[in-house]
Design a protein around this ligand. Structure first.
Ligand SMILES: *Cc1c(COP(=O)(O)O)cnc(C)c1O
Length: 340
């Protein structure tokens, strides 16, 4: 048996999803003529309470476009040091948009309105201009942590008070919504833009959607084109996204349950030093020295379980569509067998 807990990006399309892709109606989306892409964009905009949306090849591109459209060169973006835009987008904020980041430090990647407000710079010629706040919901490095709706409202209020914009990196926003019980529109209206991944927990093979006002998306289309992200008969991919939105949101609670089962078993293991209770589909834990993540992951893989290293002694497990209850049992049995 092989259980892949490396990431929720490793999922394969289901039969139903493949069928939806095969029979998609398509056109040239650079001319705005792909009916399936248009349907996906309209669906996402409506779900999140915004005017418009844009189908992008990746979450990285969605975020990079948002940074570019919301800012000018020499602006500063306030975000957590765990943020994807800082950690995993190759420093694109600097090259694509000429930005600096102000990194805030929190235990789990969840900013508070007070932290954000304290980070906003006064307007002097010699300081970067605070222009945008980016929050990540759920926060990957934070262990799949979720923003309480109340915290987002407070951050929104601080942004409005000081004339800053707010972007939500919602690669796993549906995991957050399933965990906290809010609606997409409740969260959506708080942000000037959101990026939502279809290729993570939702199980589509490719794609992300950037959501915002009509004016924002009009400009975002131009930036997507200059980044090389204008796709032609992209409806085949958009069809997978529509299918995922219709069939794969409600099941996310199973992934969350699986993450809790894995975490509960790990908490009993003598080689685990620290583990926090997972809020969504990500389990992050530290190994007791001298055990290293490299050695641990190698042993795990010998038993057919794959996971990721997130530091010298930190390991991440992610549950998803292709992790079955039997897979979880197999992983737990493997944990019990390992001796270090
Ligand atoms: C995966 C991820 C992205 C980027 O998505 P890609 O499609 O891999 O480029 C952005 N933000 C967060 C929080 C992510 O987890």
């Amino acid at each position: 048996m092989f259980v892949d807990l490396l990431s929720d990006t490793v999922t394969r399309p289901t039969e139903g999803m493949l069928r939806a892709m095969m029979k998609a109606e398509v056109g040239d989306d650079v001319f705005g003529e792909d009916p399936t892409v248009n349907a996906l964009e309209a669906k996402c905009a409506e779900m999140f309470g915004h005017e418009a949306a844009l189908f992008c090849p990746s979450g990285t591109m969605s975020n990079q476009i948002a940074l570019r459209v919301h800012t000018r060169p020499l602006d500063e973006v306030i975000c957590d040091e765990m943020s994807h835009i800082y950690q995993y987008e190759v420093g694109g904020y600097a090259v694509n948009s000429g930005l600096a980041l102000q990194l805030l430090r929190t235990p789990n990647g969840i900013l508070s309105a007070d932290l954000v407000e304290a980070a906003i710079r006064p307007r002097y010629d010699w300081l970067p201009r605070s222009a945008l706040v980016v929050v990540e919901n759920t926060c990957n490095r934070g262990g799949g942590s979720v923003y309480p709706l109340e915290t987002l409202c407070q951050i929104r209020a601080v942004c409005q008070k000081h004339g800053l914009l707010l972007h939500i990196d919602g690669a796993r926003i549906f995991n957050a919504l399933v965990a906290c019980g809010g609606t997409a529109a409740q969260v959506g209206v708080l942000a000037d833009s959101l990026s939502v991944c279809l290729s993570k927990g939702l199980g589509a093979p490719v794609g992300s959607v950037l959501i915002g006002s009509r004016a924002f998306i009009t400009e975002a289309r131009r930036v997507r084109k200059v980044m090389g992200g204008g796709m032609r008969q992209a409806g085949y991919l958009a069809a997978a996204g529509i299918y995922a939105l219709e069939h794969h949101i409600e099941r996310l609670h199973e992934d969350h349950l699986h993450a809790q089962q894995l975490a509960k078993a790990l908490a009993e293991m003598p080689w685990v030093e620290r583990i926090t209770s997972p809020e969504t589909n990500i389990v992050m834990f530290d190994l007791k020295p001298p055990l290293t993540a490299a050695i641990f992951l190698e042993k795990l893989l010998e038993h057919g379980v794959r996971a990721a290293s997130f530091g010298p002694r930190t390991v991440r497990l992610v549950t998803h569509l292709n992790v079955s209850p039997e897979g979880v049992k197999h992983a737990i049995k493997t944990f019990c067998r390992l001796r270090f």
